[in-house]
Design a protein around this ligand. Sequence first.
Ligand code: IPD
Ligand code: CA
Ligand code: CA
Length: 265
Amino acid sequence: MTDTPWGIDERLELARGLAGRAGDELMRWFGRTLDVDRKGAVDLVTDADRAAEALIARGLADAFPDDAFLGEETGRSGPADAPWCWVVDPLDGTTNFVHGLPRFAVSIGAWFRGAPALGVVVAPAEGHVYAGATGRGATRDGEPMRVSTTDALGDSLLATGFPYDRRDTVDALLRPLRSAMLSGQGVRRMGAAALDLVDVARGAFDGYWEPRLSPWDVAAGVVLVREAGGVVTGPGGRPFDPARPDIVASNGHIHAALVSALACD
Ligand code: IPD
Ligand code: CA
Ligand code: CA
C-alpha cells in the first residue's frame, strides 16, 4: 500500500485553485497577437507563459513558503532540502497556443521527497480540470477517471511528441515512430505533453511515449496516469526518472508490447 504524503490534501486544493486562475489568465491572452520570444530554434515563450507562472508562484509561496519551486520559466527557488517541491508548467503547448490551437494546459505537479505526489492539469480552452494525488485517485471535472481496457497493441491509439532537439535527433525519433505506426491502430502528435498523459489517464489514448521531456511537462500527468490505473516507466521498461523524463505511459495492459515495439533499434 502507498503511504500518502503529509499535507497532500491542502496542496491539492491549492493547486486546483491556482491552475484554474492561471487557466483564466491564459484565456485572456489566447487568440490575441502575441510577442513571441525564442528559447531555442523551435522553443517559444510568450507573455502569457510568464504571467501564468508568476501568478502560480506567488500563490504557492504565500500558502507554503517552506516548499521548493521548479518552474519552466523561472527555474528553481526555495529551500534545497524541502520535502515538497512544486513543479510547474504554466503553459504546456505554447506552440499550439501561439498558432490559435486550443490544445494547451496549465500543469501544476508536486514531488514529495523527489517522487511525483500530486497533479492538476487544467485545459482552459476545452473547459476541463484533471486532478489526482497519491492514494486519492484521479478525476476529470470531479468524476473518477480510469485508463482504457484495450489489451492488444494492434487495437491501441498511441500518442507521441518530438523534443526541441529534434533537428539533431530526427532519425532516432523516427525509428520508434515507424514501429509504433506499424504495430498500433494510429499515432497522434497533439503538442501538449501534460494533455497527452491526461488522455492516457482518461482512456482516450492507450499509450504515449516521448524522449527528453522536462520535469514540468510530466510532473502532474504521471500522477494522473498512475492514479487512473495506468503504468509509467522509462524506455525499455526501466524505472521512470521524474528529474530527467524519458517516458512511456500506458493503460498497463499494452505496456510490455509498447515498450518492446519502441525498442526497435
Ligand atoms: C512542449 C509540449 C510538447 C512536447 C515538448 C514540450 P511547452 O512543452 O509538451 O507536446 O512535445 O517536448 O516541451 O514548451 O509547450 O511547454
Ligand atoms: Ca511543456
Ligand atoms: Ca511550457
